[in-house]
Design a binder for this molecule. Structure first.
Ligand code: ASP
Length: 356
């Protein structure tokens, strides 16, 4: 009994001191500068599977379960890497691959169709420790564009490769290529036919009316992942088929560093989803980081500012983020966003609808 009481007080004292030390470090910038790894054992991961008109009333139970299962499988894949001391970059890449291999999302297998009935895929990844980044755009035969983006980052002197050149590089790096028909799903093909029919009804030059129709009747479905590893390093990645009915080799925000993806150990890691043109013009992912770095905002405040104040209301979408302390955010201005988080305690949260 005596032993147990002694043990209890020792443990209580340890935790009391630990908290105290943390708050002393937090409150004193000079001390904080001396212990950059003070939060080093924190880690966490956030994923999204796209934002848009994702509403409970429009979704069958079986569809909901399918999304939940896949989101869980994906986030647990990255989580296991982080828990075992792996890097944030590896966690992001492997997590995104799981979602790319699923027809549920607008990335990899489930990519949407462009106007010419091809699937043109974009992806990017960024390492917050080194600020290195890799991206690919307009690839039509790469099974996992995020894996190719990773190769661009670590095994090429470039950041962004496009189209056939990117596929040549994929071959050289031994990245799996597939026949373009691999990406055809009836769901995406039918969505293209619906959008084309809606477009016909609108005046050809009425861009806003057309896209409003598109946004309110569809979801984006791009996938993304951000992670903080046990060494305090951040990473972000995003992968997409772009927007249904895109034309003229349109490239969205997802493969553009700063627009759809950004990571910097000084601030945060961000992956965006939504109407890409607005995210490009707003340099949205970097804007969250800049608001933290230069504006002194927290991750939560910065994300809120970008989503709800800086993006125009017609620029529908959302973003996920994680900062160097393991704070996580998943926000959007659309009815819903597929999302999940896991913190270093292994607490898993999956959500699709409602408030953010
Ligand atoms: N942001 C992507 C794009 O514009 C689409 C999405 O997020 O689903 O290409």
């Amino acid at each position: 009994m005596k032993k147990a009481i002694y043990l209890f007080f020792t443990v209580a004292l340890f935790y009391a001191c630990h908290e105290k030390v943390e708050s002393v470090v937090e409150e004193n910038p000079q001390i904080k500068a001396l212990v950059p790894q003070a939060q080093a054992n924190k880690f966490g991961i956030v994923i999204h599977g796209g934002a848009g008109s994702i509403e409970e009333k429009g979704m069958s139970d079986s569809t909901k379960v399918a999304y939940e299962k896949k989101l869980e499988e994906a986030i647990r894949t990255g989580y296991a890497i982080l828990e075992n001391g792996g890097t944030a970059v590896d966690a992001v890449r492997e997590t995104i691959k799981i979602m790319e291999n699923s027809p549920l999302f607008n990335s990899g297998k489930g990519a949407v169709f462009a106007n010419d009935e091809t699937n043109q895929l974009d992806a990017s990844i960024m390492n917050g420790k080194t600020l290195e980044a890799g991206a690919v755009a307009g690839v039509t035969k790469v099974k996992n564009p995020i894996a190719l983006a990773y190769e661009v980052m670590v095994n090429s002197p470039h950041v962004l490769l496009y189209g056939e050149g990117a596929e040549e590089f994929a071959k050289k790096q031994g990245i799996e290529l597939v026949d373009p028909s691999y990406f055809r799903t009836e769901k995406s093909y039918n969505a293209l036919q619906r959008v084309k029919a809606a477009e016909k009804k609108k005046k050809a030059n009425n861009k806003t009316a057309f896209y409003n129709e598109f946004i309110h009747n569809s979801k984006y479905g791009t996938v993304g992942c951000v992670a903080l590893d046990k060494n305090g390093n951040l990473a972000a990645g995003t992968s997409t088929g772009g927007m249904t009915n895109k034309r003229w080799n349109r490239i969205g925000d997802s493969p553009l560093i700063g627009a759809g993806t950004y990571a910097n150990n000084k601030t945060c890691a961000i992956s965006c989803t939504g109407w890409g043109e607005y995210f490009i013009r707003g340099v949205a992912a970097y804007d969250v980081s800049a608001l933290m770095e230069y504006g002194g905002k927290t991750l939560k405040e910065a994300a809120k500012t970008v989503i709800h104040e800086k993006l125009p209301s017609e620029g529908g979408g959302g973003l996920i983020g994680i900062d160097a302390k393991g704070n996580m955010v998943a926000g959007f201005n659309t009815p819903g966003m597929f999302r999940a988080t896991m913190n270093d305690q292994g607490k898993l949260e999956i959500a699709m609808f409602g408030a953010n």
